[in-house]
Design a protein around this ligand. Structure first.
Ligand SMILES: *Cc1c(COP(=O)(O)O)cnc(C)c1O
Length: 420
């Protein structure tokens, strides 16, 4: 895209957009919740669908002129269902947070109890962090890991807490947990106390859709919430799926609109439909598998160097490293120093962190974006080695050398324009 009209009309915004384009092209993106979308997805987001009001659902709208918006939303729904083996999909949530809030509203009454992953063990803000409004509406109780070094969830404690607190929902999902969950065990525990099992797969949706990780629906989960822009490689947005329950589906539609949101963003829904079609291609299965292979290759390099990785490694696309104990550098300083070398990732609290949330002990990074650019396991290992050199030694020359090599590797792997 050349942004010719923005260039003509608004030099300030043009400078910001083209600056970001350059940053994304020249650096290495290791934030595990980010990815690169195709040009087809970007064109849909820039389409005239942004002009349209479509409150309601296909065939049941509050405004006229819905011939084409109905079609595009139906396409997105059908493809989402096919991708996840779901009986129902709502593709209107504006993001992952909205999807979670709408799901809570659909499945619970204010004051009801919900059992979710401990936030310091990898849960997301929307899983009831005290700074969120939603934490005041529902009663959040917690489960966590039995052993931080292996990442094993304490399923016995989860079960005991479920029996004791009788939650309406058991929530499984994470933003910073590198291991797989025993979906069946959690679904069984939920159903044993008459709770619904909800999986928030925002981070791993693409790995599930690409069949590189197990699908919670196959193990009895009732509802799945997700973002569409992380490993799923679609536009920024969210969605909610259910396995087969028509009653739950109806409640979810009502909770999203009119319960929580106004008019759906039809340009985003068109972009979702396109990205779902891309994810249905056989090549997406290869992508999903490579994301994990690449993350495991990076983890091996860090482990060989003696770095403390939380949970000891990774089963998915992300890695959590304790840089404070391993490199004697804080998470914030590590983020800053790697940024100078052209490597973008984020500081992250780790379980039992001895430091505060603004400058924690850990960093979190992953391979979805690098894999989209075509990096293989060997190249990911080299990126890990560059990271180790910069974390070990913050002098000018080390950082400049790393930056030069980062630029070369980035140039060798331009962001692909199409995935079909
Ligand atoms: C990213 C994420 C969300 C929130 O998604 P937004 O689109 O940023 O609102 C919710 N849950 C989990 C587990 C996430 O990782």
């Amino acid at each position: 895209m050349d942004y010719a009209h923005i260039h003509q009309e608004d030099a300030e915004v043009y400078a910001a957009i083209t600056g970001e384009d350059k940053r994304q092209a020249e650096g290495l993106e290791l934030i595990p919740s980010e990815n690169y979308v195709s040009l087809a997805v970007r064109e849909a987001m820039a389409s005239t669908l942004t002009n349209k009001y479509s409150e309601g659902y296909p065939g049941k709208r509050y405004y006229g002129g819905q011939e084409f918006t109905d079609n595009v939303e139906r396409l997105a729904i059908a493809r989402a269902k096919e991708l996840f083996g779901a009986g129902f999909a709502n593709v209107q949530p504006l993001g992952g947070a909205n999807a979670n809030i709408a799901a809570y509203m659909a499945l619970m009454q204010p004051g009801d109890t919900i059992l979710g992953m401990d936030l310091s063990h990898g849960g997301h803000l929307t899983h009831g962090h005290p700074v969120t409004y939603i934490s005041k509406v529902f009663n959040f109780v917690r489960y966590g890991m039995k052993d931080v070094e292996t990442g094993e969830i304490d399923y016995d404690a989860l079960e005991a807490t479920a029996k004791e607190t009788r939650p309406k929902v058991i929530l499984a999902g994470f933003s910073a947990y590198p291991r797989t969950l025993d979906w069946k065990r959690i679904a069984d525990i939920a159903h044993g106390v008459d709770a619904l099992a909800v999986a928030d797969v925002a981070h791993i949706a693409g790995l599930i859709a690409g069949e590189a990780l197990e699908n919670p629906f196959m193990h009895g989960f009732d509802v799945l919430t997700t973002t569409t822009h992380k490993t799923l490689r679609g536009p920024r947005g969210g969605m909610i799926l259910t396995r087969d329950d028509a009653e739950i589906a109806k409640k979810i539609d009502k909770a999203v609109f009119p319960g929580l949101q106004g008019g759906p963003h039809m340009h985003q829904i068109a972009a979702k439909a396109i990205s779902f079609r891309e994810a249905l291609q056989p090549s997406f299965k290869t992508y999903a598998r490579d994301v994990i292979t690449n993350a495991q290759a990076m983890a091996e390099v860090f482990k060989a160097h003696g770095t403390r990785l939380l949970t000891g490694g990774t089963d998915n696309h992300l890695i959590l490293a304790d840089v404070w104990s391993s490199f004697n550098i804080s998470g914030k300083d590590a983020e800053h120093r790697l940024d100078e070398a052209g490597i973008t990732l984020n500081k992250n609290s780790i379980a039992d962190d001895t430091r505060g949330p603004m400058d924690p002990s850990g960093i979190r990074f992953g391979t979805p974006a690098l894999t989209t650019r075509g990096f293989n396991a060997e190249e990911c290992k080299e990126v890990a080695e560059l990271m180790i050199s910069v974390l070990t030694n913050g002098d000018e020359k080390t950082i400049t050398d790393a930056r030069t090599r980062v630029k070369e590797m980035a140039d060798a792997h331009p962001v692909p324009e199409s995935f079909v």
